[in-house]
Design a protein around this ligand. Structure first.
Ligand SMILES: [Fe+2]
Length: 196
Protein backbone atom coordinates (compact mmCIF):
# COMPACT_ATOMS: atom_id res chain seq x y z
CA UNK A 1 0.00 0.00 0.00
CA UNK A 2 2.86 2.38 -0.67
CA UNK A 3 3.85 4.63 -3.53
CA UNK A 4 6.50 3.64 -6.01
CA UNK A 5 9.94 4.01 -4.52
CA UNK A 6 11.59 7.04 -6.13
CA UNK A 7 14.52 4.89 -7.25
CA UNK A 8 12.47 2.13 -8.92
CA UNK A 9 14.50 1.23 -11.99
CA UNK A 10 13.49 -0.56 -15.14
CA UNK A 11 14.94 -0.64 -18.64
CA UNK A 12 13.97 2.48 -20.54
CA UNK A 13 12.70 4.29 -17.44
CA UNK A 14 14.32 7.58 -18.47
CA UNK A 15 12.82 7.34 -21.96
CA UNK A 16 9.45 6.58 -20.39
CA UNK A 17 9.55 9.54 -18.02
CA UNK A 18 10.83 11.93 -20.72
CA UNK A 19 7.98 11.00 -23.07
CA UNK A 20 5.29 11.33 -20.39
CA UNK A 21 6.75 14.59 -19.06
CA UNK A 22 6.72 16.07 -22.57
CA UNK A 23 3.05 15.14 -23.03
CA UNK A 24 1.95 16.38 -19.61
CA UNK A 25 3.71 19.71 -20.21
CA UNK A 26 0.93 20.58 -22.69
CA UNK A 27 -1.13 21.75 -19.69
CA UNK A 28 -4.71 21.61 -20.98
CA UNK A 29 -6.48 18.29 -20.27
CA UNK A 30 -7.51 17.66 -23.89
CA UNK A 31 -4.06 18.46 -25.25
CA UNK A 32 -2.33 16.45 -22.51
CA UNK A 33 -4.43 13.34 -22.97
CA UNK A 34 -4.10 13.46 -26.78
CA UNK A 35 -0.33 13.76 -26.49
CA UNK A 36 -0.23 11.04 -23.83
CA UNK A 37 -2.14 8.59 -26.00
CA UNK A 38 0.51 9.02 -28.66
CA UNK A 39 3.33 8.82 -26.14
CA UNK A 40 1.99 5.61 -24.57
CA UNK A 41 1.52 3.94 -27.96
CA UNK A 42 5.13 4.81 -28.77
CA UNK A 43 6.38 3.49 -25.44
CA UNK A 44 4.49 0.21 -25.74
CA UNK A 45 6.13 -0.32 -29.13
CA UNK A 46 9.58 0.75 -27.93
CA UNK A 47 11.81 -2.34 -27.46
CA UNK A 48 14.09 -0.35 -25.14
CA UNK A 49 11.30 0.05 -22.57
CA UNK A 50 10.83 -3.04 -20.45
CA UNK A 51 8.63 -2.63 -17.42
CA UNK A 52 9.40 -4.60 -14.22
CA UNK A 53 8.66 -8.31 -14.67
CA UNK A 54 6.25 -8.34 -11.71
CA UNK A 55 3.58 -6.49 -13.70
CA UNK A 56 2.94 -9.70 -15.64
CA UNK A 57 1.94 -11.57 -12.48
CA UNK A 58 -1.79 -11.48 -11.76
CA UNK A 59 -3.27 -11.70 -8.25
CA UNK A 60 -5.80 -14.46 -7.56
CA UNK A 61 -9.00 -12.67 -6.64
CA UNK A 62 -8.79 -9.17 -8.15
CA UNK A 63 -6.81 -7.11 -10.61
CA UNK A 64 -3.45 -5.79 -9.37
CA UNK A 65 -2.35 -2.14 -9.18
CA UNK A 66 1.38 -1.44 -9.01
CA UNK A 67 2.64 2.12 -9.06
CA UNK A 68 5.71 2.49 -11.27
CA UNK A 69 6.39 6.19 -11.03
CA UNK A 70 5.16 9.37 -9.42
CA UNK A 71 6.29 12.65 -10.96
CA UNK A 72 7.84 15.08 -8.49
CA UNK A 73 7.49 17.94 -10.97
CA UNK A 74 4.10 17.35 -12.59
CA UNK A 75 2.34 15.32 -9.90
CA UNK A 76 1.10 12.55 -12.20
CA UNK A 77 1.15 8.87 -11.23
CA UNK A 78 1.87 5.85 -13.44
CA UNK A 79 0.19 2.61 -12.39
CA UNK A 80 0.48 -0.78 -14.10
CA UNK A 81 -2.63 -2.93 -13.79
CA UNK A 82 -2.62 -6.66 -14.23
CA UNK A 83 -5.84 -8.39 -15.21
CA UNK A 84 -6.13 -12.13 -14.82
CA UNK A 85 -8.55 -13.96 -17.12
CA UNK A 86 -12.07 -12.65 -16.49
CA UNK A 87 -11.01 -10.01 -13.94
CA UNK A 88 -12.50 -6.53 -14.16
CA UNK A 89 -13.92 -3.52 -12.33
CA UNK A 90 -17.40 -2.46 -11.33
CA UNK A 91 -18.68 0.82 -12.78
CA UNK A 92 -16.48 3.51 -11.27
CA UNK A 93 -15.23 7.06 -11.65
CA UNK A 94 -11.78 8.64 -11.32
CA UNK A 95 -12.56 11.31 -8.73
CA UNK A 96 -12.48 14.01 -11.39
CA UNK A 97 -8.93 13.25 -12.59
CA UNK A 98 -8.00 12.76 -16.23
CA UNK A 99 -6.40 9.44 -17.10
CA UNK A 100 -4.80 7.84 -20.14
CA UNK A 101 -4.50 4.08 -20.33
CA UNK A 102 -2.49 2.00 -22.76
CA UNK A 103 -2.71 -1.76 -23.25
CA UNK A 104 0.76 -3.20 -22.69
CA UNK A 105 -0.22 -6.81 -23.40
CA UNK A 106 -3.37 -8.80 -24.02
CA UNK A 107 -6.61 -6.96 -24.65
CA UNK A 108 -9.27 -5.25 -22.55
CA UNK A 109 -12.95 -4.44 -22.89
CA UNK A 110 -13.73 -0.86 -21.86
CA UNK A 111 -17.36 0.20 -21.53
CA UNK A 112 -18.42 3.80 -20.98
CA UNK A 113 -21.55 4.66 -18.99
CA UNK A 114 -23.59 7.82 -19.41
CA UNK A 115 -25.21 9.32 -16.31
CA UNK A 116 -28.92 9.58 -17.07
CA UNK A 117 -30.17 10.83 -13.70
CA UNK A 118 -29.23 10.89 -10.04
CA UNK A 119 -31.20 10.60 -6.80
CA UNK A 120 -28.75 11.38 -3.95
CA UNK A 121 -26.44 8.34 -3.81
CA UNK A 122 -28.39 6.39 -6.38
CA UNK A 123 -27.23 6.86 -9.96
CA UNK A 124 -28.93 5.79 -13.14
CA UNK A 125 -26.49 4.80 -15.86
CA UNK A 126 -26.86 3.66 -19.40
CA UNK A 127 -24.12 1.76 -21.18
CA UNK A 128 -22.85 4.11 -23.85
CA UNK A 129 -20.64 1.96 -25.98
CA UNK A 130 -17.65 -0.21 -25.50
CA UNK A 131 -14.36 -0.83 -27.17
CA UNK A 132 -12.10 -3.84 -27.32
CA UNK A 133 -8.66 -2.32 -26.83
CA UNK A 134 -5.82 -4.46 -28.10
CA UNK A 135 -2.12 -4.48 -27.30
CA UNK A 136 -0.51 -1.20 -28.32
CA UNK A 137 -3.65 0.92 -28.16
CA UNK A 138 -4.42 3.77 -25.79
CA UNK A 139 -7.52 5.63 -24.67
CA UNK A 140 -8.33 8.46 -22.31
CA UNK A 141 -10.93 9.64 -19.86
CA UNK A 142 -11.66 13.29 -19.23
CA UNK A 143 -14.20 14.16 -16.52
CA UNK A 144 -17.16 14.53 -16.41
CA UNK A 145 -17.25 11.63 -18.90
CA UNK A 146 -15.51 9.27 -16.52
CA UNK A 147 -17.92 6.43 -15.64
CA UNK A 148 -16.73 3.12 -17.01
CA UNK A 149 -15.83 -0.51 -16.50
CA UNK A 150 -12.69 -2.35 -17.60
CA UNK A 151 -12.49 -6.10 -18.00
CA UNK A 152 -10.20 -8.72 -19.40
CA UNK A 153 -12.58 -10.88 -21.43
CA UNK A 154 -10.03 -13.58 -22.17
CA UNK A 155 -10.64 -17.00 -20.57
CA UNK A 156 -6.95 -17.82 -20.47
CA UNK A 157 -4.72 -14.78 -21.06
CA UNK A 158 -3.51 -12.13 -18.63
CA UNK A 159 -3.71 -8.51 -19.77
CA UNK A 160 -1.56 -5.60 -18.61
CA UNK A 161 -2.44 -1.94 -18.92
CA UNK A 162 -0.48 1.16 -17.95
CA UNK A 163 -2.42 4.14 -16.61
CA UNK A 164 -1.17 7.70 -16.29
CA UNK A 165 -3.32 9.61 -13.79
CA UNK A 166 -3.30 13.37 -13.40
CA UNK A 167 -2.52 12.77 -9.71
CA UNK A 168 -2.35 9.62 -7.54
CA UNK A 169 -5.81 8.05 -7.51
CA UNK A 170 -6.29 7.03 -3.89
CA UNK A 171 -10.08 6.90 -3.76
CA UNK A 172 -12.86 6.63 -6.26
CA UNK A 173 -16.59 6.01 -6.39
CA UNK A 174 -17.74 2.50 -7.21
CA UNK A 175 -21.31 1.83 -8.22
CA UNK A 176 -23.08 -1.30 -7.04
CA UNK A 177 -25.80 -2.49 -9.38
CA UNK A 178 -29.26 -2.48 -7.79
CA UNK A 179 -31.74 -3.13 -10.58
CA UNK A 180 -32.46 -2.03 -14.11
CA UNK A 181 -30.25 0.99 -14.78
CA UNK A 182 -29.87 1.99 -11.11
CA UNK A 183 -26.66 1.76 -9.09
CA UNK A 184 -25.75 2.71 -5.52
CA UNK A 185 -22.66 4.90 -5.12
CA UNK A 186 -20.02 3.67 -2.66
CA UNK A 187 -16.74 5.30 -1.73
CA UNK A 188 -13.73 3.03 -2.22
CA UNK A 189 -10.09 3.32 -1.17
CA UNK A 190 -7.67 2.13 -3.86
CA UNK A 191 -4.66 0.22 -2.64
CA UNK A 192 -1.34 -0.45 -4.33
CA UNK A 193 0.29 -3.84 -4.65
CA UNK A 194 3.94 -4.66 -4.08
CA UNK A 195 6.43 -4.48 -6.91
CA UNK A 196 7.99 -7.87 -6.33
FE1 LIG B 1 -10.85 3.34 -14.43
Amino acid sequence: MSAAPPDLRFDGRDRFVRAVDAAVAHGDAHAVTAALRGALCGLIADPQVRLPACIHAPIADRYARRELYRSPGYGYSVVAMTWGPGQGTPVHDHSGLWCVEGVWSGSLEITQYALVERDAERFRFRAAGGVRAGTGSAGSLIPPHEYHTIANPSPDRTAVSVHVYQAPLLRCARFVHERDEWYLRTDAALGLDALD
